[in-house]
Design a protein around this ligand. Structure first.
Ligand SMILES: Nc1ncnc2c1ncn2[C@@H]1O[C@H](COP(=O)(O)OP(=O)(O)OP(=O)(O)O)[C@@H](O)[C@H]1O
Length: 449
């Protein structure tokens, strides 16, 4: 496939020939349709390496002749040693026809077996298992099942586990993220293939949609979801949805959909506690055949406290990087010390630190934006070159961190009333849509996060 070959050639210079051959050229091209490239990896580390090093680059740099993004789907070769026992069912072959609905893939580690039951999530797991065991045989008692919880509470894991368990029962569930459902609606409309879209979704044995809170104001998607929901519901097909909030808090979603989401059972999920997260990491390491000392597990949970997702990703990165490093230096993975682990994860740790919002981070972002030094912002200079960035930084410290004026004054070496008047000046600029102030503050506000 030409675009893929060109993409590989382009990256050979920075990766080197050996790495390019080992990690990219050895990926087997299974199939290509207009927007999707299916590749097969020979071992799990190749997939992890790709996700870590190439996923972003592919998204930004792999396009077809019509300049549309090509999505890369990676699977593990059947002969390869899987991380977990795989289902006996062979994966569905992608369709050959021009309009192909490609659904999100299930992964080998998101199963019920690998989901650690905690007091907070036990009920959700039981409800899902019950729904799966009776799916298709009886009208579901609770339909839909609506899982909701914060980032990292295990929604995606449970949804994929449920889809996998349904497949193992010989049923044909559809699992997809809302983004995929939306893409399908949009391309079906564009290509005049609505009947094929409907046939695919409405004949499924169960429908599982993740990130339903991202429905937003897309009216065509809401319309199709509404009819898909009704058709499946009337037939007694189980519907399982996941969202960051309960149905009543969903934004911009038609009331008729919200009320349907409330027909069944809504189940809250809570992110795992620190102790549970440690157990999750230890089990994940075992699945990866990665020997990890408890104190490195502690280090991961302390370093990536904001979300289980980040800790799990860091663990996977550590397993991959120490595997590569081990090949290079003969270093035994088993002996990985804390400083070695920290070194291998230094970029991820830096990213994590930057995510924590501090006055330092605000100063750094504002200074970088205006091309001046942090010291210029807190320094004495009254030139406009320094004064405007300073006033904006003061404004952002107040609005983003709710810092008291006195504290901001200490940070900027100015008295309380100067800080207040800087704040008011920027606020006035925003309120009056001053082109020299409002767009910059809005941009920096988003950038700071
Ligand atoms: N109880 C659990 N047992 C095992 N792994 C878990 C558990 N809870 C979360 N995880 C793991 O933590 C990571 C984050 O979970 P997941 O992606 O399912 O969260 P989420 O609620 O879908 O978050 P988001 O809202 O960001 O999509 C995953 O790697 C998942 O496998």
């Amino acid at each position: 496939m030409k675009a893929w070959e060109q993409f590989i050639d382009l990256h050979e210079e920075s990766l080197g020939k050996a790495a390019t051959d080992k990690w990219l050229r050895s990926l087997k091209v299974l199939h290509f349709d207009a927007g999707n490239l299916f590749l097969e990896a020979s071992d799990p580390f190749q997939i992890m390496w790709f996700e870590e090093h190439m996923r972003k680059k592919v998204k930004e740099g792999l396009f077809n002749n019509n300049n549309r993004e090509i999505k890369v789907h990676l699977s593990l070769a059947k002969v390869a040693k899987p991380l977990l026992k795989k289902s006996k069912k062979s994966p569905k072959k992608p369709e050959e026809k021009p309009f192909a609905l490609t659904f999100d893939e299930l992964d080998t580690h998101s199963t019920f077996n690998t989901f650690l039951p905690t007091d907070e999530n036990r009920f959700a797991q039981e409800a899902l298992k019950e729904a799966i065991s009776t799916a298709k045989d009886a009208h579901p008692v609770f339909n839909p099942l609506f899982l909701y919880g914060k980032v990292g509470s295990g929604k995606t894991h449970l949804l994929k586990a449920a889809a996998k368990a349904l497949q193992d029962r010989g049923l044909r569930p559809i699992y997809c993220r809302l983004e995929t459902f939306t893409e399908h609606v949009v391309s079906a409309i564009r290509m005049g293939e609505m009947s094929r879209f409907r046939e695919a979704y409405r004949t499924a044995d169960a429908l599982l949609i993740d990130d339903i809170d991202q429905l937003g104001r897309k009216s065509a998607t809401q319309e199709e979801l509404f009819h898909t929901f009704n058709t499946l519901h009337v037939q007694g097909k189980q519907i399982i949805l996941a969202s960051s909030c309960p149905p009543k808090d969903l934004q911009h979603i038609e009331p008729r959909l919200v009320s349907r989401f409330e027909w069944g059972l809504s189940i809250p999920l809570t992110p795992p506690s620190k102790d549970s997260l440690k157990k999750i990491l230890a089990e994940r390491a075992q699945m990866l055949n990665f020997s990890i000392k408890p104190r490195i597990v502690d280090f991961l949970t302390d370093t990536f406290p904001s979300s289980p997702t980040a800790s799990v990703r860091a663990l996977e990165a550590l397993a991959l990087r120490s595997h590569i490093e081990g090949i290079r230096t003969q270093m035994a993975q088993v002996n990985l010390s804390l400083p070695e682990a920290a070194k291998l994860l230094s970029d991820l740790i830096k990213d994590e630190e930057e995510k924590t919002l501090t006055p330092e981070h605000i100063l750094k972002t504002v200074a970088e934006h205006f091309g001046i030094r942090k010291d210029d912002i807190t320094g004495k200079s009254q030139t406009r070159e320094c004064a405007l960035p300073r006033q904006i930084a003061i404004y952002l410290c107040r609005t983003k961190l709710s810092m008291p004026y006195m504290k901001i004054g200490d940070l900027f070496g100015r008295d309380h009333s100067t800080i207040m008047s800087s704040f008011k000046l920027i606020q006035k600029g925003i309120d009056s849509s001053d082109p020299n102030i409002a767009p910059i503050v809005s941009f920096l506000d988003k950038r700071i996060g």
